[in-house]
Every structure is written in structure tokens, then in C-alpha cells.
Ligand binder design. Structure first.
Ligand code: FA5
Ligand code: MG
Length: 458
């Protein structure tokens, strides 16, 4: 069909990311908008709030025990991002609606855990030269197809950290009391704090199991205590610094933190740490006791340990009072000039420009349209909201502040589904004029038609 429905556009033969080419295939879904964000390395820009936050966290995980690293190339294999970490074949994180693929076995990393194996191997390889370096942090940009609002952006930054302990070479389990004692001695080195921490669940329970084949309960108690104490300490340290800055503007807030049980394919037991900030609990990191199979496969079979992964923007938004995640990408001096290396300052918005809302309603294609599209060798997976987000982002870029579903119904006779999204336009830097917004909105409509085969409702 011409002019209607999904266009049989020629997919490009290759995709270029930071001067390297990858052969494209029908998994390729990295857009120009995403490509344009690769290579900024904001965390290296020493006066940028992300870099200031990086330094603060690194100072809590410092040498000689921790090496602090970064990874500039966001392209990793599906093996590194998923398989080696034990993600099952049908894990939703692997789908094209959630992850940016260069091709079927190459992705933009969705988390810094994609580098765990590399850094475990490095600990082993460097053992002779730097035996004390048994931990690391690594910061990098990560990519996820996701919703559009003030706290979600398809590119954000994570810092991963891990810490290992050596066990007796052989028969590790029967020597686990020795290992636990060693870890507990390290727990005693972490300065104590007096912040109240909610942590209601036993370390090991049926939802959050011991890796019984490999670890004793005693070892896991010790690892978990070291992990939690280290991360509480880090959060308390940087938020205490932060609230000194906050005290000047909005008054100090007593810090509250809590541990929530979690699940990750590569740790067990696992937790998330939440911080109470301006009336709500905010998840800032995930962590846990590293799966022993992963360590066994990464040249460190005789070590046990913990790992965490945290969102840098989540922390930076709280520390610097930054209200919208798009701001981190701003090149506007009125934003950039407000921050200086080593200082936590409260961001002062440079005048709030008005927002403008516009709705777009459409019928989704019927199943037969999807089948027709598949004939062009470009199978269109069933509708996913992230596909709408991508189109809107692709046309409107950082002028889009929020996209929300406001209506969803199925026509009883025709059995077609209709959706209505409300798009909120706002520039953080200037006032948008009507013609500009109308043009963007029309272009979004056309792009929804040509890429998703929808029919607009007027
Ligand atoms: C992970 O990515 C795991 N790799 C973390 C981990 C590492 C667990 C090591 C165990 C051991 P998760 O998807 O929850 O987990 O993301 C981790 C953190 O990244 C979140 O707590 C949050 O702070 C941040 N984050 C996640 N999604 C977004 C987003 N869309 N925008 C900004 N920050 C985000
Ligand atoms: Mg999470």
C-alpha cells in the first residue's frame, strides 16, 4: 500500500556510532536523536553537576581499595549487557521496545553492569601489581527507551561499584567462617552514623534467597552488612553536604533512608536503597550479593562480594535542586555557569517559560496492517508506548516536557483501539511561539502515521 499505513522504507546498511560502523539489520532502532547524545561525556566536564556528583561518590569509594574508572564507548554486545549476567532469553529488558539495538547482537548498554565481567577480570589480572585494589567504580552513559517526563530521559548516567574478598582457594564453603570474619573486620572500619535506616526484612528469606550452593549464611550476612553500611555512609555523606546548601534556600530536611528488597538476575539477595526527599521515597540504586556463577566465569572463582548500580541524575537532581532531567544536556550558559567543581549549589531556574499542551488521537492499525508490514522484511512488533515516545522525541527533541496517555478505548464494533496522548511542550530556555508548536505537532502526527501506521483522528 502506498501513501497509507507503514512505509516500506529502506533500512540503512550500517549505523555509525562515534566513528565506528556496525552493520544494520532489522533489529536496528537507534535514532538520530539518540546518536546525537553519544560522546558528550558530561561526567568528565568538571564543572558539570554530573561530574561534581561523580567526584563526590568516588570520594566515598576511593583508592587503594577502589579504582575509579569510566567507559566512553556505549556500544556493547548482548552477551555483555544480558547473557553473561544471567538475563533469561525472554526478559523484557531485551526487547526492541525497551533497548536500543545497533543490530541483533549489539546494543547501547542499558546499564553499567554490562562492564562487570571486564572489571572482575581486571581485579584478577592486576593482582600482582595492585593486590589492595579489590573494588572499583565505573561511570558511563546508559540508554533506555522509556517514557517522557521530568525524571526520565532516554540517556542517563549510572555508576556501578563492586567490592570483592578472597576466600581460601579450595573448599571455600567449609572455610566460610574465616571469610566472614575477614569481611566483618572490614565492616568495623566503616565509620558509623546515626541516621535512622528502615530495613525491616531479614537479610536472607524466601523472596531474597541465599545462593546456598556457594555461600554460607554467615558470609552473606557479612557481605550484606558491609554493602549496606558502605552505601548508607555514601548517601549520608553526600546528602549532608547537600543539605548544607539546601539550608540556605529551602531549609534543612532530616534525611531518611530505607532498604527495599529487589530482584536482579546477577545478584542474590538484592536490595534497592530509597531516600525520602521532598515528600516522597525515591529509588536511587540497586545492589546485592554478586552471583557466584558470574564471578566463577570472570577469572575470580575464589572471591565473593557485592555490587551496586546507581543513577547519577537521580542524586544530582536532589543535590542541586534541578527540576528537569533535560537540563543536564543544556548548553545554555545560564545553566552551566551555575555550577563549579567541588561545590554543591542550588540551581536557580532562569525564568519559567510557559508550557503548551496539545493532544494527538489516533487509531492503531489492525492486525492485517502489521502483517503487511512484515512482508517488507521490517516486522513491526505489536504496538508499544515507547514507540510513540520515540517519535515524539525524534520530532520535538528537548522541547517536549511530558507525554501522557489520557484516553484509551477499543471501538466495540470495529475492534480497533484508539489512543490519545497529551503532549506538553516547553522550552527550558525560551518562550515558544504558536506557529512553531503547531508545526512540531503536525510533524509528530505525520511521523506517527508513517512509522507506526496509525490513523489520526481529528
Ligand atoms: C540496574 O540498572 C542494575 N544494573 C543495578 C545493579 C547493579 C543491581 C549492580 C545490582 C548490582 P535499575 O534498572 O533499577 O538497576 O537502575 C539502577 C538505578 O538507575 C535506579 O535505581 C535509578 O537511580 C537509575 N535509573 C533507572 N532508570 C532511570 C531513568 N530512566 N532515568 C534516570 N535514572 C534511572
Ligand atoms: Mg530499579
Amino acid at each position: 500500500p502506498k501513501g497509507r499505513g507503514i512505509q516500506p522504507n529502506q533500512p540503512p546498511k550500517e549505523i555509525k556510532i562515534q566513528d565506528r560502523s556496525y552493520p544494520a539489520d532489522n533489529w536496528t532502532n537507534i535514532t538520530d536523536t539518540i546518536q546525537s547524545h553519544v560522546g558528550r561525556h558530561l561526567y568528565l566536564d568538571e564543572n558539570h553537576p554530573l561530574a561534581i556528583t561523580r567526584k563526590l561518590i568516588e570520594s566515598q569509594f576511593a583508592g587503594p581499595v577502589f579504582g575509579n574508572y569510566f567507559e566512553k564507548d556505549p556500544v556493547v554486545s548482548t552477551f555483555q549487557n544480558f547473557d553473561v549476567l544471567g538475563f533469561p532469553a525472554d526478559h523484557p529488558g531485551r526487547s526492541r521496545t525497551d533497548t536500543y539495538y545497533a543490530n541483533h547482537n549489539t546494543v547501547l548498554r542499558t546499564h553499567t553492569s554490562a562492564h562487570q565481567q571486564k572489571y572482575f577480570r581486571r581485579i584478577n589480572a592486576n593482582e600482582k601489581e595492585r593486590p589492595e585494589e579489590v573494588g572499583y567504580t565505573v561511570i558511563a552513559d546508559v540508554y533506555r527507551r522509556d517514557a517522557i517526563d521530568r525524571s526520565h530521559y532516554p540517556v542517563f548516567h549510572q555508576m556501578e561499584g563492586a567490592r570483592l574478598w578472597k576466600r581460601p582457594e579450595n573448599d571455600a564453603l567449609s572455610h566460610s567462617a574465616e571469610t566472614a570474619a575477614k569481611i566483618n573486620a572490614d565492616v568495623d572500619l566503616i565509620p558509623r552514623h546515626d541516621v535512622v535506616v528502615e530495613d525491616p526484612n531479614p537479610t536472607i528469606n524466601e523472596n531474597n534467597p541465599l545462593q546456598a550452593e556457594y555461600h554460607s549464611a554467615e558470609e552473606v550476612e557479612a557481605i550484606a552488612t558491609h554493602l549496606k553500611r558502605s552505601l548508607e555512609r555514601m548517601v549520608i555523606k553526600i546528602f549532608t553536604e547537600g543539605s548544607k546548601a539546601a539550608a540556605a534556600s529551602s531549609g534543612p530536611e532530616p534525611l531518611k533512608v530505607r532498604w527495599v528488597e529487589a530482584y536482579f538476575p546477577f545478584t542474590s539477595p538484592s536490595w534497592e536503597l530509597e531516600v525520602f526527599w521532598q515528600g516522597e521515597w525515591l529509588e536511587i540504586l540497586g545492589c546485592g550479593v554478586i552471583k557466584q556463577e558470574l564471578l566463577n566465569n570472570s577469572d575470580v572463582p575464589n572471591r565473593v562480594g557485592w555490587a551496586f548500580g546507581l543513577g547519577i541524575e537521580r542524586i544530582a537532581m536532589l543535590l542541586f535542586n534541578i527540576p528537569d532531567i533535560r537540563l543536564f544536556w543544556s548548553r545554555d550558559e545560564r545553566f552551566l555557569s551555575q555550577f563549579r567543581a567541588g561545590e554543591i549549589t542550588r540551581f536557580t531556574p532562569f525564568s519559567k517559560h510557559p508550557a503548551c499542551y496539545k493532544d494527538v488521537s489516533f487509531w492503531l492499525p489492525r492486525e492485517d496492517v502489521y502483517e503487511a508490514a512484515a512482508k517488507y522484511g521490517r516486522p513491526v512488533p505489536n504496538f508499544h508506548e515507547n514507540d510513540v515516545m520515540e517519535v515524539v522525541r525524534g520530532v520535538g527533541g528537548d522541547l517536549i516536557e511530558n507525554v501522557s496517555l489520557i484516553d484509551d478505548f477499543v471501538h466495540p464494533k470495529e475492534k480497533r483501539r484508539s489512543l490519545c496522548y497529551r503532549i506538553q511542550y516547553r522550552s527550558l530556555e525560551r518562550t515558544l511561539i504558536n506557529e512553531e508548536i503547531n508545526e512540531l505537532h503536525d510533524n509528530i502526527g505525520s511521523k506517527l502515521i508513517s512509522t507506526l501506521g496509525v490513523q489520526l483522528r481529528r
